[in-house]
Design a protein around this ligand. Structure first.
Ligand SMILES: O=C(O)C1=C[C@@H](OP(=O)(O)O)[C@@H](O)[C@H](O)C1
Ligand SMILES: C=C(OP(=O)(O)O)C(=O)O
Length: 427
């Protein structure tokens, strides 16, 4: 699928889609509980992968009027009847590998071409230390993964510099084991807010976890616990909303995004970033409403360690801002659906923007990007970021646009409802 974007501004109100990260966790922990209703979940390709995987591991999940009604496995996932295909979803792969480690039997997990290049080495090693056996069939740490259950709990250390999803996955599985676990984080923990989001839902489901932040981060997880999530309302997604907010800032117009209540999402940082760049931004936290008034933007320096999913958005903001934008501490952004630092550098250069790509940072000299035929790299965040850049440049096409279905299926409808001239060509 290809989209054609003409120069336009955006104006109006949108209701932000539900959070992908909270939805994955609610479905996973709801499926490990006895019974749970997940209200207003995100239904997208990635969260469908989690629903599919949880069903294969024994949960019954029915969708009614947009809510998910789950009859869970009460902490004891079943042996899947077939290979679990998690598609494009890294979160699903990491979470379900840990959940499959609780199964009294063998599970096999795989995914699409992109997913089969993503690293899982640190997770595999620690699951082994905790009593399970995980084999990467190609012996490269990537899926397909064969998981032989037997997770018990022990003292272990995990590298936090590649993906926080390894830690979230272990945190979710460990309370259900028969021995206590102490999990220390080696090196710098990237994407930390996502771990906080995991802890929030675990605690809401009644789990007890102790956190010691004295020297390095350490989690102590008592054994033999139960999850009881019962009822969970998914909040709006700040990563998805970042494209709408940035579109207003970049095109000099006014957009109101609703369903933006404070939560543990690190990507709430987009609000401060837009303010620093000079956009007019107000956030009514009580009513969950963010309003952006676009003005001339200036470049910023952003540390992306905690907020990797904002990088494509910040890169396109930097491309239209006056002066230099530096996105630093971003090496982990290379391990996503695609190498997003490289992808953004390549595509922005096609738009005539000066970009310097270093191992862990991008330096962008803003200006007047010109339109072009851009590649979306089969990556939802690259496609959405380039689409809003196209609204400023005009005369732009972006291919592999179907990847928006991964996290924000209504993205093109929403930007069109704001008046953007975006034509979707299904060919
Ligand atoms: O746990 C999560 O829900 C996520 C964690 C982050 O990944 P990393 O921890 O791999 O950086 C983020 O990029 C991803 O989109 C969602
Ligand atoms: C990286 C992402 O997700 P995942 O790791 O679940 O594939 C994302 O949504 O940008």
């Amino acid at each position: 699928m290809r989209v054609k974007i003409s120069r336009t501004s955006v104006e109006g109100e949108v209701f932000a889609p539900p959070s992908k990260s909270y939805t994955h966790r609610a479905i996973t922990i709801g499926s490990l509980s006895e019974k749970c209703v997940v209200r207003r979940p995100l239904i997208s390709e990635d969260t469908k992968a989690t629903i599919r995987a949880c069903r294969m591991l024994g949960a019954q999940i029915n969708e009614e009027k947009g809510d998910l009604f789950i009859e869970g496995v009460k902490g004891k996932p079943h042996i899947p009847e077939d290979v679990i295909d998690v598609g494009n979803s890294g979160t699903t792969l990491r979470f379900m590998t840990a959940v499959a480690s609780l199964v009294n039997g063998v599970s096999i997990l795989t995914g699409d071409n992109s997913l089969r290049t993503r690293p899982n080495g640190p997770l595999i090693e620690v699951l082994h230390d905790l009593g399970a056996e995980v084999i990467s069939t190609q012996n490269n740490g990537c899926a397909p993964l064969v998981v032989k259950g037997g997770l018990k709990g022990a003292i272990a250390k995990i590298d936090g510099s590649i993906s926080s999803q390894f830690i979230s996955a272990l945190l979710i599985a460990c309370p259900l084991t028969s021995r206590s676990t102490t999990l220390s984080i080696k090196g710098e923990l990237r994407s930390k807010p996502y771990v906080n989001l995991t802890l929030e839902i675990m605690r809401k489901a009644g789990a007890e976890i102790f956190e010691d932040n004295n020297h390095n981060i350490k989690f102590i997880i008592p054994p033999n616990q139960d999850y009881d999530l019962r009822d969970y309302l998914v909040p709006g997604d700040f990563s998805s909303a970042s494209y709408l907010l940035a579109a207003a800032a970049m095109t000099g117009s006014r957009v109101v995004v609703k369903n933006m209540f404070p939560s543990q999402q690190g990507d709430m940082a987009i609000i401060e970033i837009l303010k620093q760049m000079g956009a007019g931004v107000s956030w009514d936290k009580e009513n969950g409403v963010v309003t952006v008034n676009g003005r001339d933007l200036k470049g910023v320096r952003v540390d992306a360690a905690a907020t990797p999913d904002l990088v494509p958005t910040i890169a396109v903001l930097g491309a239209v801002a006056e002066g230099q934008t530096v996105i630093e501490n971003a090496e982990h952004v290379r391990y996503k659906e695609t190498d997003r630092l490289h992808a953004m550098a390549v595509e922005l250069k096609k738009m005539g923007v000066s970009v310097k790509e270093d191992r862990d940072q991008l330096t962008i000299k803003g200006g007047k990007p010109k339109g072009g035929d851009l590649h979306g790299w089969h990556d939802h965040r690259i496609v959405m970021a380039l689409t809003i850049a196209g609204m400023v440049a005009g005369d732009t096409t972006v291919d592999t646009a179907e990847s928006i279905f991964i996290s924000y299926p209504n993205f093109f409808d929403d930007v069109r409802s704001l008046g953007a001239d975006v034509i979707v060509d299904k060919q």
